[in-house]
Design a protein around this ligand. Sequence first.
Ligand SMILES: [Zn+2]
Length: 399
Amino acid sequence: MPSERTDRIRKLLADLVGFDTVSDKSNLALVGYVEDYLAGFGITARRITDDTGQKAALWVTIGPADTPGIVLSAHTDVVPVTGQDWSADPFTLVERDGRLYGRGAADMKGFVAVCLAMVPEVARAKLATPIHLALSYDEEVGCVGVRPLLDEINKLSVKPLACLVGEPTLMQVAIGHKGKHALRAIFRGLASHSALAPQGVNAVEHAADLITEVRRRAREIAAHGTRDELYEVAHTTMLSSVIHGGTALNIVPDSCELQFEVRGLGVHEAKQLTSEIVAWAKSEIEPAMRRGHPDSGIEFEDILDYPALDMAADHPLVTFAKTLAGRNDNIKVSFGTEAGLYVAMADIPTVVIGPGSITQAHKPDEFIAIAELERCAEMIERLIAQCEKADGLEALRRA
Ligand SMILES: [Zn+2]
């Protein structure tokens, strides 16, 4: 590994980490930086700005635009640092013992830095198959910003062949992740003095009925549901996680808000299971509340929703990714990514493979090993070599 390339990666990662792109902030400064960097190699990026004008995705094509290409996909946003005990400024990259520390180092500015560092090599190559960069925003708040980008990709006359999402997998090929649907249930009851409890509609107790049912279904699925042993937790899960209700001991509570989620194995399973829970609550809980007072009831709001990734282990992309990774196994990951949306929204075969470990993500003193970044650069080097061959991606084209 030439150390000059490692220096390039380190410098780019330091710059990227320096942009505070926590999901609730604008990412435009980072986007402008990437545009300027690419312009230095004569590459124009297409900017897709959101309705607020404060966030943008980037779509980049290097190589022949009239040929289906390979997408390298990443998100530019990071999770917050508030309340976390960092030993140094999270937005200043620090090197220690072969590791680079900073917010987003692993999730996933490290991958972005490697992709950018390889741009000179990509630009120099005689590519038969183009390489795309796709940078999104608002991934950490429910894979939001990749959706308008995928809408644009769907309008292209030439659709990409395949996509690699560079979330941290320690450079292993991940062919699946669960889908997730999270909901907020707002219970509206009727207040009364607790001494006259039967005259009120107790929102907290009705919410408890839903919690009990979610737990009952979760146990049923854990005991008898479909299993996929490639996952750390082999079955679909569901749980209630946040509850707020009541104001005083002597008042029957008239409101209660409950958040719950399903993480499903099947591509759209999470959403299907939540709609069954909603239907159950509407038919089993709400009528009882309405008997107490006609204005009582439950409202449900989506919090976030993304489909599962479920690539067949024998798909040509999986074989191709294994060749790039230089290994012959595949995994499934516990965390959600944009990969499921690439398949579900745009029908683009996608796997997850990237440097660093998810166990370092979202934590104080997040870091990535420099060796991981170098392995990722080597993977992109192999990708470039495949994309230079006229028949390098033949199996993918036939898929
Ligand atoms: Zn991520």
